[in-house]
Design a protein around this ligand. Sequence first.
Ligand code: C5P
Length: 243
Amino acid sequence: MNRRRKIYEGKAKILFEGPEPGTLVQYFKDDATAGNGAKHEVIDGKGVLNNRISEFVFSKLNSMGIPTHFLRRINMREQLIKEVEIIPLEVVVRNYAAGSLCKRLGLEAGTQLPRSIIEFYYKDDALNDPMVSEEHITAFGWATPAELDDIMSLAIRVNDFLTGLFMGVGIQLVDFKIECGRLYEGDLMRIVLADEISPDNCRLWDIKTRNKLDKDRFREDLGGLVESYREVAQRLGILVEND
Ligand code: C5P
């Protein structure tokens, strides 16, 4: 791990310099945090599962022509990705009410929303990732209006794909967060999906039992996080029963 230059360390992942120019290695840690780091634990095996689940999702998205930074998984904890310029926004897509939306609008958790809703949060730990509007984003130059259009259409396509993928294995996609980046290829620049998609950044409920199969198990001290992530991986056919 220390043979490469560290480019960035976040709460759940580390980025290292990649083997070729324009590539990075994304390493999945076992750390779980909530409340902007206020709560922190190391959960054995979480990083390995997220690496596998995110590989599965990003490979499918790539093959459907939805552009992502993902190239390939290297080993249990690492994947090779294209280097992008991260746009400092957390893009949340919601299908059912949960989490901060319930708190903000007084909705009952699980209420189906009239339509899928996209929200933006400015990525800034010191400010606790405040919610921002399209006006803020374009006025402060975090993304141009054209980039924001691309980000929103990417978010909708990812939502359509993930909703169907999870529904097929008996899981309701309540909401999720994505991050996007600018990929420079010669004179061209395009917006691609970056970061990861895993139970760390999705809310996933078992359709029959309403059991939570995501990071809310950690946030709400429900226990059984790794078992739930493994269940998601098994249902998607990534892991077989005894893995
Ligand atoms: O907390 P909230 O209800 O706003 O979260 C919406 C979705 O975004 C959830 O799926 C949550 O896991 C994800 N999220 C995230 N990283 C954050 C904040 C939220 O992955 N920093």
